[in-house]
Ligand binder design. Structure first.
Ligand SMILES: NC(=O)c1ccc[n+]([C@@H]2O[C@H](COP(=O)([O-])OP(=O)(O)OC[C@H]3O[C@@H](n4cnc5c(N)ncnc54)[C@H](O)[C@@H]3O)[C@@H](O)[C@H]2O)c1
Length: 253
């Protein structure tokens, strides 16, 4: 028996990075995974990888945007039509624009709010009625950027959205507790994914990034997913309303 045996786990952003690692691990632990990604190609690859490993995964094969009320509702409705229930909602997907305040355009600001904050709110609102029973879990991916700034990195909008995700999770936990729902945010530090790989390929940037990580290396997607698996499992039955930092010690500096 896997640690998530028979649970229906909705994971956003399964087209790559941490979302793909989550789909593979959750399915290996017995979950029925429902993914989605704005990249249809990445999502199809993940579905194939999960199935090739013997797991169960459904979700739209084409690019699917869940940062709108209608898109999120359609994703949740399809999951209910296919599987009849939702046990876990793992709000992993995001996309951000980076620029210092004086150069950040209206479009970049609103793009980041939409794809880092709306993308958590809308699926959560749509899934909420299906999660209201003992065992319902919401995992929201925050970031160390929700706790601390990054000198010279132009992360202002990203700091704002990730701080909001962490704050929103606390309130979800309070509103969910009487209904049986747990809500926890999970804040990664610097993780090696296809999106961050170019920074790591540049020796100067890599050295600067790694200097701020006491464990001396970036994290791997699987190391974030290991924490998500615990949060999603029944072993975490007393865990809610908090943020779990998985950052190689970055915020201890
Ligand atoms: N990689 C890091 O260093 C790091 C650090 C801290 C936090 N995080 C957070 O971890 C989470 C996973 O990020 P990742 O590192 O795997 O990055 P990633 O870019 O590889 O994955 C994010 C996925 O979300 C998808 N997506 C974006 N907008 C979407 C939309 N509107 N609808 C559907 N799908 C959409 C993307 O296509 C992508 O596949 C994100 O919330 C990110 O902010 C990452």
């Amino acid at each position: 028996m896997g640690r998530l045996q028979g649970k229906v786990a909705l994971i956003s952003g399964t087209g790559g990075g941490q979302g793909r690692a989550a789909a593979l691990r959750f399915a290996a632990e017995g979950a029925i995974v429902v993914g989605c990604d704005i990249s249809g190609e990445g999502q199809s690859e993940t579905i194939n990888l999960v199935r090739a490993a013997g797991g169960t995964m459904t979700g739209p094969n084409e690019g699917f945007d869940i940062a709108t009320g209608a898109g999120a509702q359609a994703w949740i409705d399809a999951a209910i039509a296919d599987h009849g229930r939702i046990d876990i909602l793992y709000n992993n997907a995001s996309a951000a624009k980076f620029a210092p305040i004086e150069r950040m355009t209206d479009e970049e600001w609103y793009f980041t709010l939409r794809n880092e904050l709306d993308i958590v709110f809308f699926p959560t609102r749509a899934a909420w009625p299906h999660l209201t029973r003992p065992g319902g879990v919401i995992i929201n991916v925050g970031s160390t950027a929700g706790h601390a700034g990054s000198p010279g990195a132009g992360t202002l909008a990203h700091n704002a959205t990730k701080g909001a995700v962490i704050a929103m999770t606390r309130q979800l936990a309070l509103e969910g507790a009487p209904l049986g729902i747990r809500a926890v945010s999970l804040s990664p530090g610097f993780i090696r994914t296809p999106g961050t790989a170019p920074f790591l390929e540049n020796p100067d940037i890599r050295a600067r990034l790694v200097a701020r990580i006491p464990l001396g290396r970036p994290g791997e997607p699987e190391e974030i997913v290991a924490a998500a698996l615990f949060i999603a499992s029944d072993e975490a039955s007393f865990l809610t309303g908090t943020d779990i930092l998985v950052d190689g010690g970055s915020l201890a500096i």
